[in-house]
Design a protein around this ligand. Structure first.
Ligand code: GLC
Length: 451
């Protein structure tokens, strides 16, 4: 009896110790374990971002509520008519797959606060609109059926929630401290923090395996919000405990916390080199739009060409990164023709050239890209890929490569490319003989079998 009591006391003490301990830090993992956990993602290289919400209806940027400083009442008209009657998530999933994308991230909630899923913690959700169904559920099932890994974007900002305090990024932002104080009276961020936790718990519990969570975003400082406002560390701990394999972006304002993020997210920019933190290369993904907006923007016309988009993808891989390319579907639930055309063009290229993308990374030191080319490299097959952005006239010289090459072919049709050593042996040049006519692909790729 006595031993039993002692044992119970021991158990309780050690249990409370473990709880405190787990709360104190995020799960530890070695660099190899992290690389292993992220392997499918670093191999995949290409994913689809989907920004879809009420903002598809005004069709003039997903920040429209903010830009036009609309109140909840003014914005409500979109909620009242939201009904994507033509939506077929399977069609979307097929288009993503055909484009060569291996994973997908959908806005479960964007800054407007509208929830695409049937959350128990709000009425402001798809199931209460004329559409009436849980969009997230349909999305998850359709993309999974096509074999893509599924993820969620979740906005930390919320321009609808009554407890979310007005800040510098809010539609009702102010110019004086006293105005902020007056407006924020009665708003309670600790309730909002609970709300986020509850919703993230729902998203990571009710929809099966979720591979990515993309929190967006932090803006610490005066009238801003950062990790304390979101309770980022505990939010992340919860996410990791619910979905141990989950891959997390770096926008929770936990830059200096070990395990606080998995990859960095240069947005709408081309990085000049593989991003590093404390001198070490880190996993990264650039997110990019087809045109200047994430949400559907009817009158925006700065659409990138297929060649530019492919270059973005190849360029990312050539520096060891991923591309998350965004589609902003219309409020009818379709990808508009401009997006479809580009996805198709990318898919045509990927069909014949994906070997230079999947599982590839930056070429090892010592290989230098001839001008107007981008190099990628597959460390497993030890093949080097040269992407010809501008098609050369009859030949291409690779410096310091004559002793390294076993065989060369075009990737698109596996047709041999003959080569010879340059006349100056000291230069170790290799000269490739190329056909005068550019092969029928947007960006031709040379596949080089290295010795
Ligand atoms: C920005 C914007 C947002 C978009 C995101 C994508 O943070 O606020 O509208 O969702 O970038 O990375």
């Amino acid at each position: 009896m006595k031993t039993k009591t002692l044992f119970t006391v021991f158990l309780l003490v050690s249990m409370s110790f473990t709880t405190r301990f787990t709360l104190a830090q995020l799960p530890k993992e070695t660099e190899t374990q992290k690389a292993e956990r992220m392997k499918w993602w670093t191999d995949a290289r290409f994913g689809m971002f989907i920004h879809w919400g009420l903002y598809a209806l005004p069709a003039r940027h997903e920040w429209v509520k903010n830009a036009e400083r609309m109140t909840n009442e003014q914005y409500h008209k979109y909620f009242d008519v939201f009904n994507p009657d033509m939506w077929d998530p399977h069609e979307w999933a097929k288009m993503a797959k055909a484009a060569g994308m291996k994973y997908v991230v959908l806005t479960a909630k964007h800054h407007e606060g509208f929830c695409m899923f049937d959350s128990r913690f709000t009425d402001y959700k798809a199931t209460n609109t004329p559409y009436g169904k849980d969009i997230v559920k349909e999305y998850v099932e359709a993309f999974r059926a096509e074999g893509l890994k599924v993820g969620f974007y979740y906005s930390l900002l919320d321009w609808h929630h009554p407890d979310y305090t007005i800040d510098s990024n809010h539609p009702q932002r102010q110019t004086s401290d006293s105005a902020y104080i007056r407006l924020n009276k009665g708003r309670n961020m600790s309730k909002y923090r609970e709300y986020i936790k509850n919703q993230v718990r729902e998203l990571l519990t009710n929809y099966g395996e979720i591979s990515i969570i993309w929190f967006d975003f932090s803006f610490p400082g005066k009238n801003g919000k950062g990790h304390d406002d979101w309770d980022s560390e505990n939010l992340l701990k919860m996410a990791r405990s619910l979905q141990p394999g989950i891959i997390v972006d770096d926008r929770l304002d936990l830059d200096n916390v070990e395990g606080g993020w998995d990859f960095t997210t240069p947005e709408q920019v081309q990085v000049s080199k593989w991003p590093e933190v404390n001198g070490k290369r880190v996993p990264w993904e650039t997110c990019q739009t087809f045109s200047g907006s994430w949400g559907y923007y009817r009158d925006e016309n700065t659409w990138k060409s297929p060649a530019q988009l492919l270059e973005l993808l190849i360029e990312s891989v050539s520096k060891g990164g991923n591309l998350l390319l965004n589609v902003g579907p219309t409020a009818r639930g379709v990808f508009d023709s401009r997006a479809q055309d580009r996805l198709k063009a990318m898919g045509e290229w990927m069909k014949f050239n994906n070997r230079s993308i999947y599982g590839c990374t930056e070429a090892p030191a010592g290989f230098s890209a001839p001008s107007n080319t981008l190099l990628t490299y597959n460390p497993v097959t030890k093949r080097l890929y040269i992407h010809l952005l501008a098609y050369p006239m009859g030949s291409l010289t690779l410096s310091n490569m004559a002793d390294k090459v076993k065989y060369v072919q075009f990737l698109n049709d596996a047709s041999e490319i003959r080569f010879r050593a340059g006349s100056d042996e000291a230069n170790n040049d290799l000269i490739l003989s190329l056909p005068v006519q550019k092969p029928q692909v947007e960006i031709p790729v040379l596949e080089i079998y290295l010795k």
